[in-house]
Design a binder for this molecule. Sequence first.
Ligand code: BEZ
Length: 240
Amino acid sequence: MEQVQEQQVFSMPRIGDPAPEFKAVTTQGPINFPADYKGSWVILFSHPADFTPVCTSEFMTFATMEDKFAQANTKLVGLSVDGLYSHIAWLRTIKEKIEYKGMKDVEVNFPLIEDISMEVAKKYGMIQPSEATTKAVRAVFFIDPKGVIRAIIYYPLSLGRNFDELYRVTIALQAADEFDIATPADWRPGDDVIISPAGSCGTAKDRMEGKDSKVDDCKDWFFCTRKLDKDKVLNAILKK
Ligand code: BEZ
């Protein structure tokens, strides 16, 4: 998808696309993306600006959850169109001065990309000119171990993200791959999962008659579920 505004072309990667490649400088050294992350899930996310309150609350929350994401083989990478020294000063201020919702002395150990040229932000559709031309919106890209974009969420400047939802998405994407299932509304590990509609009438009939061992319950031919134990999900996804 391309959005053309004021003679500039902004690309928008889509679900299923390979993550656009880039090399960048970060607070943790240079990165070559997504090659450096092969074999891991990655959440690449943008924020509008350093030294702003909503972004500060988000970084403190994400940094506090970094180990939880790491357990799910998921690395975090932040980006804004600020420079490296701004990033370093902001993260130091967060650690030294900011206490928020019981979080304090918070160290951000994941890389934060400097993108003064907006090259990466433009590649990923993080600059949405009707919202802001000089800042990235709050974009979140979930990228799988093969470097494929699997989910994208965008939030406007004024709205801080829900990090429980980002964790839920991380686990649900991995559960879908691991167990070849889909997850219904508001799914959490331990809830029933969806078995895709049957490919043939015969199988659909078997399902409705309770003869398909992969299915525990059918509301109708197109809506069949299976129990999936919480521990089975978590044991498959979380590193011990
Ligand atoms: C914030 O993070 O507080 C913020 C950033 C840009 C616009 C509005 C709020």
